[in-house]
Ligand binder design. Structure first.
Ligand SMILES: Cc1cc2nc3c(=O)[nH]c(=O)nc-3n(C[C@H](O)[C@H](O)[C@H](O)COP(=O)(O)OP(=O)(O)OC[C@H]3O[C@@H](n4cnc5c(N)ncnc54)[C@H](O)[C@@H]3O)c2cc1C
Length: 382
């Protein structure tokens, strides 16, 4: 079977790797050049995503490229500890959550896919898709065309293919949050802890790496989408420092900043009704930008379920139906969690006080049971 994958991010590279393991002939087309090591700030992989990487045979290089983060601590704006839980896993999981630069994750997955025999062509932007009973043809801005048995659309939250499959599909909308992220020089803090402060102007996350660097991300609540035009790094840093000036821990981290990543405007998409036709299928953020620190892990799970469905089904159409019926219930459940998480980050003073109280009472009692469905998942081997 010949497969064309559109997009070489986490979902595209993981799909290429999983499909190669089933013997498919795979070509990935990616609009941009290879990611440099530290582009795109950091992402965290939870135990479900790490098990997926293990099934794909590339857990170790990705752990080596990141930082093990066994614990997560939640803090109030005033610096009070609200909860201390295992990060992205159940306490019985021996796999610890890994945090790494997104560029390094994508680079490691692309390298593994290439070693497995996938072709990855960069600087090719898909513009059109035509599906017939015999195949599917992708057309690119360069004039290049490629025909395959299956087209896997891993082209992210702004997916072109999603709109081609269904012109009435929902489009991304500003989620009321934007992220300013950076790296700070060494401060006095525990390594291997994902700290999340529910601050007055949005959540503030920081992780101290073993080399002493602090990776931080301010997820700033703002009902109006900020205009990024002409705003310098120095100005973003000044604004961020001002928004978190009342919170001691975030202020200390921001003051020690040595490098700033470009700002990211956060978007959400209503549930996407159409995930596939007979020969075209959406994976990763193209199908379901979930957020909640699970987007990359879900993209890896998608890749494995798609490959297994193709391996075990009589026709491509049957496989895509099977893929959707297995993935959609889990994604729908996660979208509810993601909405709650965004709400918690945007809470006003009264709601923040109630949340803080609820966290202190309920986290020790129910956190592990409430999240087990997410972290205990065992993805299928391709
Ligand atoms: C601020 C922020 C923090 C996050 N933190 C986490 C986290 O901690 N943990 C986590 O798991 N997830 C996190 N996520 C989400 C995670 O980054 C995404 O869910 C994940 O990267 C999705 O991967 P993807 O491959 O589906 O999409 P993308 O990473 O967007 O990749 C899509 C690729 O397709 C290419 N492309 C697009 N259009 C075309 C075209 N027409 N032709 C060819 N190529 C095309 C793009 O260039 C891109 O390389 C975070 C997201 C944000 C915004």
């Amino acid at each position: 079977m010949r497969v064309v994958v559109i997009g070489g991010g986490v979902a595209g590279a993981a799909a290429a790797l999983a499909l190669r393991r089933t013997g498919a002939d795979v070509t990935v087309y990616e609009a941009h050049a290879d990611p440099a090591g530290d582009v795109g700030s950091f992402v965290s992989l939870a135990s479900n995503g790490l098990r997926g990487l293990d099934a794909l045979g590339c857990l170790e290089p990705i752990r080596d490229a990141g930082v093990d983060v066994p614990r997560q601590r939640m803090w109030s704006a005033g610096g009070r500890l609200l909860g201390d839980v295992p990060r992205g896993r159940r306490s019985s999981d021996t796999l610890h959550s890994v945090t790494l630069m997104r560029g390094r994750l994508v680079g490691a997955l692309r390298a593994a896919a290439t070693r497995a025999g996938a072709r990855i062509t960069t600087r090719e932007t898909l513009t059109a898709v035509t599906e017939t009973a015999d195949g599917v043809t992708a057309e690119f801005a360069s004039g290049h065309r490629d025909t395959a048995d299956l087209l896997v659309a891993a082209d992210g939250i702004w997916s072109t293919v999603r709109g081609i499959l269904d012109p009435a599909t929902p489009t991304p909308e500003y989620a009321g949050l934007y992220a300013i992220s950076g790296v700070s020089s060494s401060i006095d803090g525990d390594t291997g802890v994902f700290n999340m402060t529910f601050a007055r102007n949005g959540a503030f996350i920081h992780v101290t790496a073993p080399n002493g660097e602090v990776w931080w991300s301010a997820q700033i609540a703002d009902p109006t989408e900020p205009d990024r035009r002409g705003v310098t790094d120095a100005e973003w840093l000044r604004r961020t420092a001002d928004l978190y000036r009342a919170e001691a821990m975030p202020s200390t981290v921001i003051a020690a900043t040595t490098h700033l990543h470009p700002p990211v405007i956060m978007h959400a998409v209503d549930p996407v009704p159409t995930w596939h036709t007979g020969r075209i299928v959406l994976v990763g953020d193209a199908a379901h930008p979930v957020g909640a620190g699970q987007g990359a892990s879900m993209a890896i799970e998608d890749a494995l379920v798609l490959a297994r469905s193709l391996r075990d089904s009589a026709t491509i159409g049957d496989a895509l139906t099977r893929y959707e019926s297995e993935r959609r219930p889990r994604i729908v459940k996660l979208l509810g969690t993601a909405e709650d998480n965004r709400g918690a980050k945007k809470a006003g003073p009264a709601r923040r006080r109630l949340q803080a109280l609820a966290m202190r009472v309920f986290i020790p009692l129910v956190y592990e049971r409430a999240t087990a469905w997410l972290y205990a998942y065992i993805p299928p081997a391709p």
